[in-house]
Design a protein around this ligand. Structure first.
Ligand code: 5GP
Ligand code: ZN
Length: 119
């Protein structure tokens, strides 16, 4: 599995930095955001170090598809109410103007009763 030794999310996947795990399989890891904006706020990441959503190509299509199919299931598991009253928001900040701070591709999955701290 390719990883970047200086990447905090690679360290979280390896267990070198502790996190509150939501889900794990061979390719995907999900964990609670340390600084949540919403009652439910977790991050989904590929175990393989992909820098951002701007770096994906056709070889990543199956992985991205699996992540997208998984996201609604994890949102419900973590306490989001069902659609349409409930629901969730997925955000993938990409690059400086996209507001990306951690350069390992991640999807914020947020939900729960409003108001939220941000967003
Ligand atoms: P970005 O701005 O890159 O989209 O978001 C990075 C997110 O990662 C932020 O919401 C931040 O709270 C979260 N984060 C940064 N460092 C850690 C950490 O060490 N553990 C956890 N669980 N989340 C982190
Ligand atoms: Zn990484």
């Amino acid at each position: 599995m390719s990883h970047d030794p200086n990447c905090i999310f690679c360290k979280i996947i390896e267990g070198k930095i502790p996190s509150r795990k939501v889900y794990e399989d061979d390719d995907i890891f999900a964990f609670h955001d340390i600084n949540p904006w919403a009652p439910v706020h977790f991050l989904m990441i590929p175990k393989k170090h992909i820098t951002s959503l701007a770096h994906v190509d056709a070889t990543n299509a199956e992985l991205l598809g699996r992540m997208m199919v998984l996201a609604p299931k994890l949102a419900l598991q973590e306490g989001c109410r069902p659609y349409p009253e409930g629901g969730f928001r997925i955000v993938s900040n990409t690059g400086a103007e996209g507001g990306q701070e951690v350069h390992h591709m991640h999807w914020h999955v947020m939900g729960g009763p409003r108001p939220w701290l941000r967003g």
